[in-house]
Ligand binder design. Structure first.
Ligand code: DGJ
Length: 513
């Protein structure tokens, strides 16, 4: 038996291992309610993702269904989901919709939801109670912890050999909206105390929250409070089945003050506090619906935080970001949201109403799906075949991956040992991906180029006076880490190396004269 684990590979890159082999999640997250009915899943979801070259589905498991009756757990819906995944040769990342989901407590069981005395809510400064169970409510956390632990026990009992379930997301987009902190009586009392010793060790400072964190005091206080609760729940679950666990963040975004985005969530600026409060978490993941996805991935991938993207926009640009995530950011997984819709008629897509998107700060074009299924599925296929090469070359100067970072980003430059390459992105147009690519230097003169929506030209080094030319150009594809050639391109077809809207691979051999 070996449990999936995130650990460093021999190059020191944090990697997900399943059955002792590196595993990359080519995934998609299903809609919130889909997994509540296994017949619906069989009818609408599994067939819709067939043929997309995915290996994993991110699916919720619901506290309100598992513990409908207080203290009585029914895991049959989880078992059914795992069985279905197996019969469709898929893995699962399970999303624990427990105490907190999208800065609310909408998935807590009815008996808890209706007992607002015992399971008290977060209060705004005005005294208004909001539909979020307070992270200061010990009884509620204890109930969530006990149920999550039993869920992990159950998963272990049926899955420790097969490893259908790869990871657990603990809660979903934790935090509170509408104010920077909880003003319930328990919270008010805690806010006046000195910060915990763990945070004194982290910051080197002593004093109250205000003394130490100044104008960030409220958000830091909430990050510690939510983080400690989630830390307890995670640790208890991992004690019985140590699957990798992570939390996902609703991003810090315009208008940039805590409470306009969920205060206390695991946004980048609060991650040190979260890591201290919840050391059992393996990573902090971004949910990316903003137009500047690459910038967010750049921020979330660090040496101590591997990039896993559980939710991201699903318009055609998603394929470009996917290439960048695995090619440049050592991602362990990638997963557009509402994946079961991708193969549908674009007009039939169920978009959240405009005012909801505005309230959630979602860029409405994130839900345009024209072209997405075809382009993403080809990207997943290529990346899978590329894995042996990616594993060998990532973290070295022989691999360069890029994506268009914004409206004013027209291209980039890639430097290799004997040559430089100029990458020019094609202009942005609706329904098309963004310029992106992965270049692999196989030897001094030989390269594999995979790309979308860009052109690549080859240059001698500035210090060399000679010229660079193409000696051989082949179209083809990578199969299990090996390039298999198609046409040899010469004459009219050799004028430039140009990539269109469907990702493609070329092998090029260069020479200088
Ligand atoms: C982010 C949440 O995490 C998802 O569960 C979902 O609600 C999307 N937003 C919006 O559709």
């Amino acid at each position: 038996m070996s449990t999936p684990i995130i650990r460093k590979d021999e190059k020191g890159i944090l990697t997900l291992y399943v059955k002792n082999q590196p595993f990359f999640i080519y995934g998609g997250e299903i809609h919130n309610s889909s997994a509540s009915d296994s017949e619906y899943m069989e009818r609408e979801v599994w067939p819709a993702v067939e043929g997309m070259h995915m290996n994993t589905i991110l699916a919720p498991v619901y506290w309100e269904l598992i513990e409908e009756k207080e203290g009585v757990y029914d895991f049959s819906s989880v078992g059914a989901l795992i069985n279905q995944a197996r019969s469709h040769q898929m893995h699962l990342v399970l999303l624990w919709f427990g105490l907190w989901k999208n800065a609310e407590s909408m998935y807590v069981p009815g008996w808890m939801k209706s007992d607002t005395q015992k399971y008290f809510r977060v209060e705004k400064k005005s005294g208004e109670k909001i539909p979020v169970v307070s992270p200061f409510c010990r009884e509620a956390i204890e109930k969530d912890r006990t149920c999550f632990r039993s869920l992990m026990e159950y998963i272990r009992s049926i899955d420790e050999e097969e490893n259908t379930v790869l990871m657990m997301q603990v809660e979903n987009e934790v935090g509170m909206l509408g104010d920077a902190r909880d003003y319930s009586a328990a919270a008010n009392e805690a806010f006046e105390q000195r910060i915990p010793s763990e945070l004194t060790d982290l910051t080197g400072k002593k004093g109250t929250w205000r003394d130490v964190f100044k104008e960030e005091a409220e958000e830091a206080f909430m990050a510690w409070s939510f983080g400690s609760a989630v830390g307890k729940i995670t640790a208890s679950g991992k004690e019985v089945y140590p699957l990798p666990c992570y939390v996902n963040a609703w991003l810090k975004q315009y208008p940039w003050y805590p409470g306009s985005y969920p205060s206390g969530g695991p946004v980048v600026s609060m991650q040190q506090i979260w890591r201290t409060a919840a050391p059992g978490l393996d990573l902090f993941a971004p949910d990316i619906y903003v137009p500047y996805c690459a910038k967010v991935m750049d921020e979330y991938q660090t040496e101590e935080n591997p990039l896993f993207v559980p939710e991201i926009r699903k318009d055609a640009v998603t394929a470009s970001y996917c290439m960048y995530a695995f090619g440049s950011k050592y991602a362990i997984g990638y997963s557009p949201f509402g994946i079961e819709e991708l193969t549908k008629d674009p007009d039939a897509v169920d978009r959240p109403p405009m005012e909801v998107m505005r309230a959630l700060n979602i860029d409405p074009t994130a839900f345009e799906i024209e072209g997405s299924a075809e382009i993403l599925s080809e990207t997943y296929r290529i990346l899978k075949e590329m894995e042996p090469l990616l594993l060998q070359l990532r973290g070295t100067v022989h691999l360069n991956s890029f994506v268009r970072h914004g409206e004013n980003d027209f291209g980039t430059f890639a430097r290799f040992s004997r040559y430089d390459m100029q990458v020019a992105y094609e202009p942005r147009s609706g329904g098309n991906p963004l310029g992106a690519g992965i270049i692999m230097e196989l030897s001094e003169n030989e390269f594999l180029l995979t790309g979308i929506m860009c052109r690549i030209s080859f240059l001698s080094k500035p210090e060399d006076a000679d010229k660079t030319e193409i000696l051989r150009l082949e179209e083809g594809s990578i199969v299990d880490g090996q390039f298999v050639r198609g046409r040899v391109l010469n004459g009219d077809e050799k004028m430039s190396v140009r990539f269109g809207r469907i990702p493609q691979t070329y092998r090029v051999v260069l020479y200088r004269y």
